[in-house]
Design a protein around this ligand. Sequence first.
Ligand code: XMP
Length: 519
Amino acid sequence: MNIKNNKILILDFGSQFTQLIARRIREAGVYCEVWPWDVDFALIGGFNPKGLILSGGPESVHLDDGPKVNGQVFDLGIPVFGICYGMQVIAHHFGGTVIPSDEKEFGYAHVQLKNDSQLLDGIFDEKAGQLDVWMSHGDKVDVMPEGFYVTSSSATAPVTSFENNQSTVFGIQFHAEVSHTTQGKKIFDRFLFDICGCEKLWKTDNIIETHVENVKKIAGNDKVLLGLSGGVDSSVVAALLHQAIGDQLVCVFVDTGLLRYKEGDQVMETMAEGMDIHVIRVNAQQMYYEALKGEEDPEAKRKIIGNLFIKIFEEEARKLDNVKWLAQGTIYPDVIESAASATGKSHVIKSHHNVGGLPADMELQLLEPLRDLFKDEVRKMGVALGLPKAMVYRHPFPGPGLGVRILGEVKQHYAEILAKADHIFITELVKWDLYDKTSQAFAVFLPVKSVGVVGDARRYEYVIALRAVETIDFMTARWAHLPYKFLEHVSTRIINEIDKVSRVVYDISSKPPATIEWE
Ligand code: XMP
């Protein structure tokens, strides 16, 4: 079975929601890819999609330099579906007019069904003929394109969706991909299954089976090297490769002394003992503390930590015989972002070295088995491959680890205090059922001395800051409004259980202007 046999292509006009469209389609069980809007037309034909989606975007199609669609896509004989800017692009191409709205429309809107619609019939509330949707646009369709008719409108916009007389080209002004559009999933299902005739083939079991087969074909009898970090992506790569090629996989796990509490032992327990994966553990804690001695600058610390990782990883790689491949946990958003940022124009996909440590003279070839998967797909795959749920659904952890959560100079005893405080915070978040309600939570070590009274004596000890945020994309974030009772409990535990901490504070800064990490 080729699970990519029926697939959808999304041409990206730059909307912040383009990846969300792709995720909705994949969740529905259909494979799709995101390519830049101006990709060479020959590649589109070669991709052979069953349907095409034109995404939203921030520009204005009525301006000379506003991105336009290559009209040849309408001759492919496949359905085309424009969302927001994508709809305006269709209107413009077929001779309609798009003009700036008097006011930018942003947020919830009610739209009314106006005519029969192949895309929307039965999706509107039958009685009221109404649909709650989410809008975000500054331009609107003013004069309809020839051969199209209006299928819905709102109080402020006479054209909130349209389709052509042959029911092969569709446009909606609202965003069906965001969860605020309550019937969004149904709209995608209608397009994918009823209009494009796709089958649901893109499911976790099928994805694993196909990826295991691919890895077997690519690697053959060769050995594959993987840098294991303890994070989700590299752990899932390890589990997948192990399933495919067993002992031909060799993992190197570098314990930097800047990981989460007892993380080194846990990685060995889960991967080496639990799953029987060949993992070489390098205890490099002292090398890291030594290398970071005296360094206070956050960016310099990041460089030291990154470079040392590469050096250690290379040294370990050189000890192994016959390794031909270096595996990496590159995932699809990395691929989309490097394609978009390469020139902003063409479909050139750079290889994304998110682990680093490819010794140039060893001539290892790159194996990136997750490069067509979104994070939620990687997680589902990880659980299905037997990784613990708690590991797979863990909050993100920065590459430099505690190195950027100890402000200023890194010292071993700071790292030990911080790991313990962080562990208490995280364990309690889980116990109080708050962990999944925050997107990222951690403790920060402040190397300042603050007074505390223990017995009758005044002691000057360190301060721990707690940080917890809610965010969707990590670009903006709101500080998590954790209950006072919970914060009180965590603070008491940290001060009582960890020597050398006299004070705990909670960070109530949102991003922007504050970043999520403190350094
Ligand atoms: P900021 O602090 O920039 O963090 O608001 C946004 C997200 O990025 C993570 N982060 C890093 N991840 N190396 C990483 O791998 C880094 O140097 C780094 N700095 C920040 C941060 O944890 C958050 O999820």
